[in-house]
Design a protein around this ligand. Structure first.
Ligand SMILES: CC(C)(COP(=O)(O)OP(=O)(O)OC[C@H]1O[C@@H](n2cnc3c(N)ncnc32)[C@H](O)[C@@H]1OP(=O)(O)O)[C@@H](O)C(=O)NCCC(=O)NCCS
Length: 168
């Protein structure tokens, strides 16, 4: 049951992290309603509240919330597979974009992944998602290759990877 306790134990991962009036901490189940809303507003293939809850409950999953007061400004979810962290999805609410918060929550996720003993981060990004590709490139991520027709609507994915080595 320690894995379940750890889903609420910010201090185990060096959280919360603060950036001005924004705070990153472990995402609580009650925040999943806001995550589901942001998924619906921002993704062609959104995750429902119930799917998000199933993911959140898995021991391998970490969700982080970036908040201003009680309001969810951004989130990121990832899963651990062996030495690898794999992004489920991340989103910054439209009103909060281009303020460095996408980078900030990804860096917080890197920190948590390192504390979980993980060695690299990876994910699949739509080829049309110039914003995410640019942000990750500025964080030092590499484009490994293109996966044809990865997404349900037939769009290709760029497989991207960010090393966590040397961050301990
Ligand atoms: C991609 C996303 C997470 C970026 O979040 P953000 O908080 O706006 O990103 P940052 O402010 O940290 O931006 C860092 C850099 O990324 C690049 N960038 C971010 N948004 C960009 C855009 N719309 N166009 C071009 N470059 C962009 C810029 O170089 C930016 O630096 P700058 O603002 O100094 O020019 C956000 O646009 C988003 O949530 N999009 C919808 C959901 C999504 O696509 N998620 C990723 C796939 S799971």
């Amino acid at each position: 049951m320690l894995w379940l306790v750890n889903k609420f134990r910010d201090s185990a991962f060096g959280l919360p992290l603060c950036n001005g009036r924004f705070t990153v901490s472990l995402l609580r189940p009650r925040d999943l309603w806001q995550v589901a809303w942001l998924e619906r507003q921002n993704f062609p293939e959104p995750l429902s509240f119930w799917k998000l809850l199933c993911l959140w409950l898995q021991p391998a999953t970490t969700y982080l919330a970036l908040k201003e007061g009680g309001r969810l400004a951004a989130y990121i979810g990832f899963q651990a597979y062996g030495p690898m962290a794999h992004t489920i999805s991340m989103c910054v609410a439209p009103a909060y974009r281009r303020r460095g918060l996408g980078k900030f929550i990804q860096q917080a996720a890197d920190q948590v992944a390192v504390r979980r003993g993980l060695r690299w981060f990876c994910g699949e990004v739509r080829v049309s998602n110039a914003a995410q590709l640019k942000m990750l490139s500025e964080l030092g991520w590499q484009k490994v290759g293109v996966v044809p027709r990865f997404f349900a609507n037939g769009e290709d994915a760029v497989f991207v990877l960010g090393w966590l080595e040397g961050r301990r």
